[in-house]
Design a protein around this ligand. Structure first.
Ligand SMILES: Cc1cc2nc3c(=O)[nH]c(=O)nc-3n(C[C@H](O)[C@H](O)[C@H](O)COP(=O)(O)OP(=O)(O)OC[C@H]3O[C@@H](n4cnc5c(N)ncnc54)[C@H](O)[C@@H]3O)c2cc1C
Length: 414
């Protein structure tokens, strides 16, 4: 495994960094002002998207882009440092058409959509003309276990009829969100992993109702994490994604790359928090010393550097594995980064907040927002505990204890 960035990736990093410095960072204040005034999408988003696309910084996340599809075909390993740079500003990835959950949805459509579905939904998504949402989680059941999902997708003549309630559906409040990929049950009597299917639901279909945009740690995201009701929603049979009963397998296929992208961006967010922490620790003096000269603060800086570098290396390993042996074989590494990186993200933000004093909790630094998002990521795409449990299962399976056979390292010394 060689994680050194190639000259091509180094050049792209320089390009994305320059774009961030020239076009995105100077707009942070304006983004907050416009969103605060109820203007979303912000007035400059389309202009920035056009510019990024013209510079070849578009759809950088999709290694399997076809020749006739717009974008820059990169491996996951090549994409990782670019996503990290984008992760420094929460809304930056949309400028490059690399934002969740559209990326995961595009990957899913790329793998499983019929030619008609590709034309209707994938092409406008790849062009950044529409946005989309992925609707699996439900208020009524523990949704980290996908077999619990209760939304019904019932066949009726040439249509399917969808009934159910979802929540925390990211992007659903985005005015350009035109598509929901909905997970539900087509056959409640089938074996547990064959009951679910995914279906494409236009956001304006009769019976789709946005109930509310749910604040996350009292922070309202303009793109939304929404509660949605699907009541008697009727779509043609041709809207089924993949085969009936294939929803569980599709969910697994979707979550691999989606998870790694979040982790890549989180490394960038943590790196920014450390940068701010170090600067602040040099800029302020208390009790006769610069803050970093006080033992605990120095330790927080050092620990943060160690944890970020560990996390980055593990993310790069997971990316390398996805590229070289596929997401299925890389599932342990994907679970490992998903269980690790959001905690590193929040731990570094937490320390940086403390070093900033009261200001760390104010909107005058990006730290409070960043902590909130890191915290949310400990649930989004599955809670930590589920990933830890899968890792433990795989470890135990790989070292199945044979009865009567003792490990030779267990040598009685007395
Ligand atoms: C900001 C945000 C955005 C989101 N975006 C989306 C989205 O776009 N689409 C979507 O469908 N969902 C989305 N989600 C929902 C997210 O995927 C779910 O919250 C997550 O899968 C957990 O499901 P749950 O909330 O029903 O928790 P539950 O399944 O009820 O689990 C609750 C807790 O039980 C414990 N637990 C569960 N299973 C185990 C286990 N095996 N071992 C040990 N402990 C366990 C864990 O501590 C867990 O946190 C989002 C969530 C957030 C916070």
């Amino acid at each position: 495994m060689d994680f050194a960035y190639s000259p091509k990736v180094e050049a792209l990093c320089t390009q994305v960094r320059s774009f961030m410095d020239a076009c995105i960072v100077p707009r942070i204040r304006q983004w907050h002002d416009e969103v605060g005034a109820g203007r979303y999408p912000v007035s400059f988003m389309e202009e920035l998207k056009e510019r990024a696309r013209a510079e070849g910084l578009w759809n950088l996340f999709l290694p399997h882009l076809r020749d006739d599809e717009p974008g820059t075909r990169l491996t996951n390993l090549e994409y990782a440092p670019l996503a990290e740079i984008m992760g420094r500003v929460p809304w930056a990835s949309e400028v490059f058409n690399c934002n969740a959950p559209d990326t995961g949805n595009m990957e899913l459509l790329h793998m499983f959509a019929t030619p008609a579905q590709r034309e209707q939904w994938l092409e406008p998504l790849l062009d950044g003309k529409i946005r989309s949402a992925f609707a699996m989680t439900e208020p009524a059941v523990a949704s980290s276990d996908a077999t619990n999902i209760t939304t019904s997708i019932r066949r009726d003549g040439d249509d399917y009829v969808i009934d159910g309630r979802k929540w925390f559906i990211t992007n659903a409040a985005h005015p350009n969100c035109k598509l929901f990929i909905v997970m539900g049950k087509t056959d409640p009597d089938a074996p547990s992993h064959r009951q679910q299917s995914m279906i494409l639901v236009p956001a304006d279909a009769p019976g789709v109702k946005l109930i509310r945009n749910i604040p996350v740690v009292n922070h309202v995201a303009p793109e939304g994490h929404c509660e949605i009701e699907f009541k008697g929603v009727r779509v043609p049979r041709s809207n089924l994604l993949g085969e009936e009963g294939g929803g569980f397998a599709l969910a697994q296929a979707r979550l691999g790359p989606g998870r790694i992208h979040h982790c890549m961006r989180s490394i960038g967010a943590a790196e920014l928090a450390l940068e701010l922490m170090v600067e602040r620790a040099q800029a302020r003096t208390a009790f006769g010393k610069q803050l970093h000269e006080h033992g605990p603060v120095g330790e927080w800086i050092a620990k943060s550097r160690i944890e970020i570098d560990q996390a980055r290396l593990l993310v790069l390993k997971a990316a390398w594995m996805i590229d070289n042996v596929g997401a299925k074989e890389a599932r342990k590494e994907i679970a490992m980064i998903k269980a690790l990186v959001p905690s590193v993200h929040t731990a570094v933000c937490e320390r940086a907040i403390q070093v900033f004093g009261a200001m760390g909790l104010s909107p005058d630094t990006p730290l409070a927002d960043s902590w909130t998002w890191g915290r949310a990521l400990r649930f989004a795409d599955g809670p930590d505990e589920v990933h830890l449990q899968s890792i433990a299962r795989m470890e135990v399976k790989a070292r199945r204890h044979e009865p009567g056979k003792d490990n030779p390292y267990l040598t009685p010394l007395l």
